[in-house]
Design a protein around this ligand. Structure first.
Ligand SMILES: Nc1ncnc2c1ncn2[C@@H]1O[C@H](COP(=O)(O)OP(=O)(O)OP(=O)(O)O)[C@@H](O)[C@H]1O
Length: 732
């Protein structure tokens, strides 16, 4: 969305117009030098107004010209003398891609402040951001990938979900860009293309890298007092002169191209010149088809990244991906790297510093595919770059034209795909009871929970139900508008104990801080999806919990899924439950369903009435008031019937409210006599360790409960075995 500057700015601008001369004239708004307006971080992608992005334009004069065809509007871009046009740092919201980022040198003493990053000789600016973000040491995938990336190698990286893969490829790219000496006036040239399978993931990668592209406040509080990072001796690898921008402009300009946002605006961003482009293949191909300049830039760029490479195929991007990858393939046979090509030079006589580097990252790439990706297994690409299209991941990835004779494969994914900080568990129940069990879990273990369903219908059914039960639920699926998707995601991120009901569009890559629980309400379609869904929790070495809800008819699929990961279904322990509470919860769910169905009826009736009214208005027909208010037709509800439905709904709602206000009592607990009964709760109340809604249960986390239950079971089994042994002994 575009907007002119605010009123205050306008009046200031007007007073300056007289000092300016016309530089260029445009007949449409599109050609104008629009600049992004940065939005406060706390509004996230959402913004109260639902606006995704804002742009403004300065120093433009609107003129009207009388022509034969009538009055036309034109826009004069004004040239402003230097001393007038300097924005104050307070409103220095210039666009990405605007030059002028030469500024004072700065440095960073990584040996002292970030010793674990020191060996990588990262650009001082990146070190500053790492320090600011308290990323004190690289994650294992970062430690392993960075040296290869810096020595110009192509990389296939496979590491568990949430292990920091974005920076494993992002830091080398940003370092390269920051280290280039660049005149302030030079338009930026595309250096890197990052392809991501979904819009959310693309936007997230952009957020992540953007945090590294802006100047940070260089005065950081240290344990031993304040340290001004600008004044410490440089230990970084790069020339420290080309990076600082006194006006807060991004040092690296990053643009995102995704569907659901204005293509026109995205084109304008590209025209301004960008360093890094993050895109979903569909939208990128739409734009690239009409933009020869972008084609050239993609052909000549320095880095290509496929993030969540395997998901691109699932997301139905095969054709577009194929087309885009063709642009990065060397065209002539002579250009093919022969195995004996030296390590320092490729077939085009390009040094490692200039040629395309390719990074393929995912949490799930089969071992076979990793092996095949090595140079020798790849088919030669012909002069036309065309070969018979296929539709498998292997085929697509095998078309990548790695310049490296043997790309480095780094696979540090855990056995069976289970992250060490993840505690898994399962509930076996009938499909019809899943709502009750889910409700139990959400009440028993409040936290940020991501519930995966396989179909949108299920989400549409569950959302109002959970809302009626006073839970903070938000849906996320492909049939929601992009703006709504981002809004819901943002609410999920910011509201404590929020619940996201999502399809697998949320399964990959999304880095939502502190997701406590992932719940597989329905079984994932593939083992990879299972790993990626689980990967939304237990990220960056935090603890996480996953719950698999398995109906009898799903057991076979679960077994097959786990066995493809080299696991057994008995590996996943059952969640211990206070079964006596379930009846009460069932009652609540039953009532909520009744209310929902009544509300649905009313909505449907209103919809029909409105439809009738609107159609009649459109046809300029008057409808008889009898038709609008009463029924001769028995299918149409009368005013009386509607009222009756309304009253019934209100009664049911009151009943539910009353039910929700009553505490849930675990077996043996008396709310009246807290010191008696088989489960006195007085001590827990005094110690403050009492569950808020389920009296008699302690406030614990799901992971600890599963571990305790597992230990108990082991002890019981041991005892039973002993008894059997003794019994056998007596018998013999
Ligand atoms: N060196 C580090 N130290 C601490 N936290 C880090 C470090 N590197 C990255 N992170 C944080 O870890 C989280 C996960 O990173 P990232 O999204 O890159 O993981 P990923 O491996 O791409 O996960 P997925 O496979 O699910 O996409 C992010 O919040 C990121 O900010």
């Amino acid at each position: 969305m575009a907007a002119l500057s605010n009123a205050k700015r306008k009046s200031r601008q007007q007073s300056r117009l007289s000092c300016k001369k016309v530089k260029l004239q445009y007949a449409s708004l599109d050609g104008l030098p629009w600049k992004s307006v940065s939005r406060p971080v706390e509004t996230g992608l959402d913004g109260d107004d639902g606006i995704l992005e804002l742009e403004e334009v300065d120093d433009v004069e609107i003129v009207y010209e009388e022509t034969d065809g009538g009055r036309v509007v034109k826009f004069n871009v004004l040239e402003v003398p230097d001393n007038i046009n300097k924005p104050s740092s307070a409103d220095g919201k210039a666009a990405a891609g605007e030059g002028s980022h030469l500024a004072p040198a700065f440095s960073f003493d990584s040996a002292t402040l970030l010793p674990k990053w020191h060996t990588f000789n990262l650009h001082p600016h990146l070190l500053q951001v790492l320090h600011k973000q308290t990323f004190t040491s690289p994650t294992p995938i970062q430690s392993q990938a960075l040296p290869f990336a810096f020595s110009g190698r192509d990389i296939v990286g496979v590491a568990e979900t949430g292990s920091g893969k974005t920076l494993a490829y992002g830091l080398p790219i940003l370092h390269h860009i920051l280290a280039q000496p660049r005149p302030a006036t030079q338009k930026r040239k595309l250096q890197a293309l990052i392809l991501a399978p979904t819009r959310e993931l693309a936007l997230q990668v952009s957020d992540h890298l953007n945090a590294f592209s802006r100047i940070v406040d260089t005065t950081v509080k240290e344990e031993h007092g304040e340290v001004n990072l600008s004044n410490v001796k440089s230990k970084g690898r790069a020339p420290a002169s080309s990076t600082q921008d006194a006006q807060g402009l991004p040092l690296v300009s990053i643009a995102v191209l995704v569907g659901g946002m204005s293509a026109q605006k995205q084109r304008r961003l590209l025209d301004r010149g960008i360093d890094v482009l993050i895109a979903t293949p569909g939208r990128l191909w739409d734009i690239i088809e009409e933009d020869e300049l972008l084609v050239q830039q993609v052909r000549n760029m320095r880095f290509l990244v496929l993030d969540e490479a395997d998901r691109m195929i699932e997301a139905g991007h095969f054709a577009e991906m194929d087309n885009i990858l063709r642009l990065t393939v060397r065209q002539s046979k002579e250009d093919e790297i022969e195995p004996e090509a030296t390590a320092q030079e490729d077939g085009q006589g390009m040094s490692r510093e200039d040629r395309l580097q390719t990074f393929v990252f995912s949490a799930t790439l089969s071992k076979d595919l990793q092996r095949n990706l090595k140079r020798r297994s790849r088919p030669k690409v012909g002069r036309t770059g065309k070969s018979k299209p296929s539709s498998t991941l292997d085929d697509l990835l095998l078309r990548l034209d790695f310049r490296d004779p043997e790309p480095e494969v780094i696979d540090i994914s855990p056995e069976g795909g289970v992250v060490s900080t993840l505690q898994e568990s399962k509930i076996e129940c009938l499909s019809a009871d899943k709502d009750t069990y889910l409700y139990y879990f959400l009440l028993r273990y409040p936290g940020r929970s991501l519930v995966f369903l396989s179909a949108i219908d299920g989400i549409r059914r569950l959302t109002p139900l959970m809302e009626l039960l006073n839970l903070k639920v938000f849906p996320l699926h492909s049939q929601l508008e992009q703006r709504q998707r981002l809004k819901n995601l943002d609410r999920f991120k910011t509201i404590p104990n929020a619940i996201l009901l999502a399809t697998d569009i949320a399964a990959r890559g999304l880095d939502i801080p502190a997701v406590d629980h992932v719940i597989h309400y329905q079984i994932p379609r593939s083992a990879d999806n299972f790993i990626h869904r689980n990967g939304r929790t237990a990220r960056a070495m935090r603890q996480g919990f996953s719950l698999l809800m398995c109906a009898p008819d799903e057991r076979r699929v679960v077994r097959a899924l786990l066995s493809s990961l080299g696991r057994h279904d008995s590996d996943i322990p059952e969640l211990p439950m206070e079964l006596t509470l379930l009846d009460n919860l069932k009652g609540r769910i039953h009532l909520a369903r009744q209310i929902d169905s009544q509300q649905h009826k009313v909505k449907k009736q209103n919809h029909e009435r409105n439809w009738l009214k609107e159609t009649a208005e459109a046809m300029e027909i008057e409808i008889d008031s009898d038709i609008m208010s009463g029924p001769e037709d028995e299918n149409k509800p009368s005013k009386y019937q509607r009222k009756r439905v309304g009253t019934k709904t209100a009664t049911l709602k009151a009943e539910l409210e009353e039910m929700l206000s009553r505490p849930l009592l675990a077996r043996g607990v008396s709310a009246r006599y807290i010191t008696s009964g088989s489960r006195p709760i007085a001590d827990d109340i005094v110690s403050g360790n009492v569950h808020q809604t389920m009296l008699g249960l302690k406030q614990t986390d799901a992971g600890s409960d599963v571990i305790v239950a597992k230990k108990k079971r082991l002890t019981v089994n041991k005892k039973e075995n002993q008894e059997v042994g003794e019994w056998a002994g007596l018998g013999s």
